[in-house]
Write a protein that binds this ligand. Structure first.
Ligand code: NDP
Length: 312
């Protein structure tokens, strides 16, 4: 069975940065890139707050740069996911989606987080027919149309601003009477004429019609958070931007996690409760969730793996 020194699960800024550090320390490193190589940032447009890019950079380009940098030092990229990890033995026995089992002396978990949805049955029914969790992926299909974005954070504001450039009108559905987003993002939203913020509104259900094999969204029934008074909006696209869930399911019962599934690491460290397994990036960070922080914790994990292997 193949035996590697360091397995990195996940390919966002955390995973790639961890690989740069392990590979430069001569640790044989394999990255399983998961279903979305490059992670969440491949769905972002402009990134303005990652140091070193004075003019900004788009997400996919930055991820490609990081990937190439990791490859330059010998990181091996592989397709697919890790489906199971057996920590009862060392080296750890890991099951991959396409390549069978392998043995790993150390594991860096950098699996990130995925978009959350509202959980309405009608939302599920219109996925792919008007409901989307990614404005930059799907916005193009709604050129000149009316759409809605749900959420009040930076993602929702960024999505609304992005869609406002493509679409005729964007409703921003915000459940409270204020936005959680940064002031800069708030200004952008509030100064974009074709964005209408629907303060204190929530979504009751979505409706539409069957078109051939597809369900096609026509609109949404909303209600006021306080008065519960209903209101209908006619839209073709409904973009959900209400935060993320950590991708840590396969570690349930294995690694310590909080009530929402974020992995718990030791203070000032990326070490988990299992010796030899480290966690970095958004799967263990519910507070900052920034690319630069993910890269920083990725560097920590890389260094800790090197030191751990030296101690063995
Ligand atoms: P956040 O957790 O920051 O915001 C989620 C938003 O969704 C909140 O406004 C929340 O409302 C709302 N929400 C949650 N659940 C529901 C629900 N069931 N119904 C209606 N609304 C709901 O997530 P983001 O994805 O926006 O941001 C995550 C992190 O990434 C943040 O730290 C953010 O700063 C960062 N980010 C930075 C960007 C940049 O700098 N360019 C771009 C995008 C994200 P409420 O406020 O009432 O809780």
């Amino acid at each position: 069975m193949e035996h590697i020194e360091c397995l990195i699960i996940g390919s966002g800024p955390a995973g790639y940065t961890a690989a740069i550090y392990t590979c430069r320390a001569d640790v044989k490193t394999v990255i399983y890139e998961g279903i979305q190589p490059g992670g969440q940032l491949t769905q972002t447009t402009e990134i303005e707050n990652f140091p070193g890019y004075p003019k900004g950079i788009n997400g996919p380009e930055m991820m490609d740069d990081l990937r190439q940098q990791a490859e330059r030092f010998g990181a091996e990229m592989r397709m697919g996911e890790i489906t199971a990890v057996d920590v009862s033995q060392r080296p750890f026995r890991v099951t991959t989606e396409y390549d069978g089992d392998l043995l790993a002396d150390t594991i860096i978990v950098a699996t990130g987080a995925s978009a959350r949805y509202l959980g309405l049955p009608s939302e599920d029914a219109f996925k792919g027919g008007g409901v989307s969790g990614c404005a930059t992926c799907d916005g193009f299909f709604y050129k000149g149309k009316d759409v809605a974005v749900v959420g009040g954070g930076d993602t929702a504001c960024e999505d609304a601003t992005y869609l406002a450039k493509i679409c005729n009108k964007v409703y921003l559905i915000v459940r409270r009477d204020e936005l959680r987003a940064s002031k800069a993002m708030q200004h952008r939203v509030l100064n974009t004429p074709n964005i209408e913020v629907l303060w204190k509104h929530q979504t009751k259900e979505l409706f539409g019609e069957q078109q051939g094999f597809m369900k096609k969204l026509k609109g949404a029934v909303l209600y006021h958070s306080d008065t519960k008074v209903e209101r209908t909006i006619i839209i073709d696209g409904f973009f959900v931007a209400i935060g993320h869930l950590p991708n840590t399911m396969i570690f349930k019962g294995i690694l310590d996690m909080d009530a929402d599934g974020y992995l718990v690491t030791k203070p000032k460290s990326t070490a988990t409760n299992v010796e030899g397994i480290f966690a970095c990036g958004d799967c263990q960070d519910r507070t900052y969730r920034q690319a630069i922080v993910a890269a920083g914790t990725g560097a920590m994990a890389g260094i800790e793996v090197e030191r751990f292997l030296l101690r063995q």
